[in-house]
Ligand binder design. Sequence first.
Ligand SMILES: [Zn+2]
Length: 427
Amino acid sequence: MRRGTNLPWVGDYNQAVVLDGIRRSPGTSRTEIARSSGLTLQTVSNIVRRLLERDLVREGGGRSSLPRAVGKPRAALSVRPGVAVAAGLQFDRDHVVAVLLDLTGDVLGTARADRPGDGASGSLRVGAGLVHDLVAAGVARGDLDASAVRGVGVAVPGPLDFHGPVRSSAINLPGWHGVAVADLLGRFLDLPVLVENDATACAVGELWRSPRGPRSFLHVHVGVGIGGGIVLRDEVLRGESGNAGEIGHVVVDPSGPACTCGSVGCLEACAAPAAVVRGYVRLVGAGAARSAGLRLAEASVLADHDRLEALAAGGDAAAAAVLRRAADDLAGVVLGVVNVVDVGEVVLGGPGLRCGGERVRAVLQDRVRAAMARDLHGVTVRLSGSGEHAGAVGAASAVLHEALTSTWSTARSPLRAAVISPVAPVH
Ligand SMILES: [Zn+2]
């Protein structure tokens, strides 16, 4: 887990460390938390007392792994279910997914809408409806108190502009450029809103699911675009503007195609699903591509990309070639990140990998293994276990951290400006 500090002015940060330690290891004890966080037992005990008073944590019902010291009772600590819940939304070009996440880590409900609407306003309205319905269903079932819902986290493709109200600069979502996401969603939902880059949100979601730390990994998200989120020893790397990990705009071919960002030959321009589909059309022609089952419409990019995976598996050499080239380009960039930031894992996720994930994983693992032959440490490449909900879970978990600790580590970034007050009732 992350290390705490015994300086008095960072008490709230320590509270975040302790709460996260309890959540990730249900049944843990004050002694174990003190040992793994570096905090004194007295500091941990004081924080646990506050968490117990706030009903966020309970004692009993678990088992500590440490031997019991003579005469020292040890109480198993765990997060109390149902007292803190957050909603998460993740938007991509052709769909939005929603989750309800309990502080314990349990996902209480999920929902999805395809083709959610035109532009940001229509999509956010649909997303707000999904959240509203999930909360209503939980209340109707009797396993959710609506007042426990602390806010909604929104994951959108980067980059984001964190100066002032967080604005989407997403070039891959038509109608979203320059949109103040939290303000707009606040018109449809009576909840505080936090906005996050989708690839970073996926990394946060992956971290959230980790039973024990510390972990250092690069999370690669392939949707309509390609993004990355970096976690170093359980800390999310945000960078100067909140957009660290934008691997999609690393140049892989200086004489390659123009990118929507204004540069030339970016990974995204060469290897994102739309680029792979374009590459196939260049090789076989649009007529043959349509005959092979591709629709070649902007809205069908991910479906066409899936179709290419099926064609390649069926022996289509052109499909196999363009997919292999894209995986090689991605591997080159991932290798660069692995070398620069020294992570131990690469995690792959997103709808652009829903069919070819294992194939891409194997290419990356081979490249990383060959290049890291100096063997400082092994680097494991694996597929995310969160499926399509990773970004929504990550955005929701960020809300819980913000809501429950007044100085969670991310709060020192501009992300804090994303939290707004409720402005409108739920419709
Ligand atoms: Zn670019």
